[in-house]
Design a protein around this ligand. Structure first.
Ligand SMILES: [Zn+2]
Length: 91
């Protein structure tokens, strides 16, 4: 026999409360988190190891607004000889 009743469960989840450019402090959230702007960059490095029985990975992440990416980061990368790759997506 199964006895079934409705129960209310509570759980914790992570929500982004603040998302700002790490260079200039510009708000990257927009007014609607579901339909906001996608005009920001995330630079990250992932470092770690993977073994058959386990693994470990560490990410170092920097969030940058589009203006800082275009006016500060990309020019600096160009000075280092980097030519960025571009991709377009339509939906
Ligand atoms: Zn910025």
């Amino acid at each position: 026999m199964k006895r079934i009743e409705k129960v209310t469960k509570t759980y914790e989840s992570e929500e982004v409360l603040e998302h700002k450019c790490d260079l200039c402090g510009k708000d990257l959230m927009g007014s609607d988190p579901h339909f906001g702007s996608f005009d920001f960059a995330t630079l990250q490095i992932e470092e770690g190891h993977s073994y058959p029985e386990n693994g470990r990975r560490e990410k170092t992440i920097v969030d940058i607004c589009a203006d800082c990416m275009r006016t500060k980061v990309l020019p600096w990368l160009a000075q280092q000889g980097v030519t960025p790759r571009t991709e377009e997506t339509d939906w």
